[in-house]
Design a protein around this ligand. Structure first.
Ligand SMILES: [Zn+2]
Length: 188
């Protein structure tokens, strides 16, 4: 939910489960699944206790994506692609963002500050194919309406991208193969 990478930010999903669990999402976001009766303090302690594990997961996620440095033209194209996707989907989704910027975030592809309407996207997205970039952008736009990953959030995303679940899986497995330059023209 924030652009600052130093703190461990996380989102809490409450449900009828009996134990706490952690999940690092494909976007690098941390989800804490919690029973209804657990306090914020207990959750905070749980996250702190497992911060080594969390960092390892984030590193593992990153290791799959050893990207070469983008050229200026790659970043300009990413900027333009994002602009196009955001201005196409924001009105359709009934949300308003105030600004977006590219960041050097390595462990998180996108983030959203619902209060200010600011969106951040990792420069690494320059190497991602269009349909995955689109998923990340729509995912972050959806957070302007649902600041969590509750089922309603995913249903909302799916109502605009019916194959969103497939794209999420693909995003999780996406790896960049520099030798093949396979990323090169998958984007229009
Ligand atoms: Zn998210």
């Amino acid at each position: 939910m924030r652009c600052d990478m130093k703190e461990i930010g996380y989102q809490i999903v409450y449900s009828g489960r009996k134990t706490l669990s952690l999940q690092v999402e494909e976007t690098g976001e941390l989800l804490v699944r919690a029973p209804y009766f657990v306090s914020k303090r207990e959750i905070e302690a749980f996250v702190l206790k497992h911060q080594d594990w969390i960092l390892r997961q984030k590193e593992r996620l990153q290791a799959k994506k050893e990207l070469p440095e983008p050229k200026e033209a790659d970043l300009l194209r990413l900027q333009a692609d994002l602009q196009q996707i955001l201005s196409h989907y924001a009105p359709k989704m009934g949300v308003t963002y105030s600004a977006f910027k590219l960041t050097s975030a390595k462990k998180r592809l996108g983030s959203c500050q619902p209060k200010s309407g600011r969106l951040c996207f990792s420069k690494d997205l320059w190497a991602y194919p269009e349909h995955l970039l689109e998923y990340v952008a729509v995912h972050e736009l959806a957070h302007l309406k649902y600041p969590n990953h509750a089922p309603a959030f995913h249903a909302f995303v799916r109502s605009f991208l019916p194959d969103a679940d497939d794209r999420r899986k693909e995003l999780r497995n996406f790896s960049f193969d520099a030798a093949e330059n396979s990323f090169e023209r998958s984007r229009m």
